[in-house]
Design a protein around this ligand. Structure first.
Ligand code: NDP
Length: 259
């Protein structure tokens, strides 16, 4: 009998701890970095809102205190509705990770302009949508964190990365502006620039020669050992620092990546 009571009070304490953890919103949570982040933040007891188009992949994670919604980040109305729904259940968003992205590599001289547009819409406008949805509440509460996933391709050029580089340079730029706008409100804006990491990302590229070339490049520069979990852990570390400490810009790559 006393064993059952102790178990009950332990469960109560765990539930209370979970309620004290604040809402984390992750876009692009159906694979890669986003999926690893979802698992880590759930383990740490955060309620979660997971967003992507492949709902079944997020639901298959079966994470506790989690709302999964099929949302395209370019659909501002749907994005905002999902955030409002999760906030009604779990309280205000304390962390938004704008992680959703597409990479369609291509030669500027021949790439289909529709692919440029898609990258700009998802990688740049999707991030702006997310920021605008959570910023007013964070400013009012004078706390909160936004982490935008850019890329080393947002800091330096790579062949066949024309529009992708443009989109990720854009993410770096808009993160820097948002940081300046939000500093006085005690809201952190960070961006993280990963090097090459094995995920589903290359699957968006349509040109098979470029895919082959990219894989050969990855081998040749040594970018083969770092994992999506390593990136997710780094994002979690940056978030868990005190609100008064901002890592601003994180560049992370495989130790053996020499480019
Ligand atoms: P994945 O392809 O594994 O994950 C991308 C995620 O974005 C998926 O969950 C996908 O879900 C989601 N997504 C794509 N388009 C949309 C959309 N329109 N609306 C909502 N969600 C969308 O790749 P990564 O995990 O590698 O990529 C995550 C981020 O990291 C991206 O921004 C990428 O550019 C960046 N990055 C990745 C690097 C790498 O080498 N892996 C290096 C540097 C940066 P779904 O298809 O279900 O919608």
């Amino acid at each position: 009998m006393s064993g059952i009571l102790e178990l009950d009070s332990l469960t109560q304490r765990i539930n209370q701890m979970n309620m004290e953890r604040k809402l984390v919103v992750i876009t692009g949570a159906s694979s890669g970095f986003g999926r690893e982040m979802a698992k880590l933040f759930a383990e740490a007891g955060h309620p979660l809102l997971l967003l992507a188009r492949r709902l079944e992949k997020m639901e298959a994670l079966e994470l506790p205190h989690t709302v999964c919604r099929k949302v395209d980040v370019t659909d501002r109305v749907g994005f905002e509705a999902a955030v409002l729904e999760a906030e009604a259940e779990f309280g205000p968003t304390d962390l938004l990770v704008n992680n959703a992205g597409v990479m369609m590599l291509g030669d500027i001289a021949s790439q289909n302009p529709q692919e440029w547009k898609l990258m700009m819409d998802v990688n740049v406008l999707g991030v702006l949508n997310g920021m605008q949805i959570v910023m007013p509440g964070m400013k009012e509460r004078k706390t909160g964190t936004i982490i935008n996933v850019a890329s080393i391709a947002g800091l330096q050029p790579f062949a066949n990365h024309g529009a992708y580089c443009a989109s990720k340079y854009g993410v770096v730029g808009l993160s820097q502006v948002a940081r300046a706008e939000l500093a006085a409100h005690n809201v952190r804006v960070l961006h993280i620039c990963p090097g090459a990491v094995e995920t589903e990302l290359l699957g968006h590229t349509t040109d098979s020669n470029i895919i082959k070339g990219y894989n050969e490049w990855k081998e040749s520069v040594g970018a083969t050992n770092i994992t999506a979990l390593d990136v997710a852990r780094t994002i979690q570390f940056a978030y868990e620092l005190p609100q008064s400490v901002s890592l601003r810009e994180i560049v992370i790559a495989d130790t053996q990546q020499d480019a």
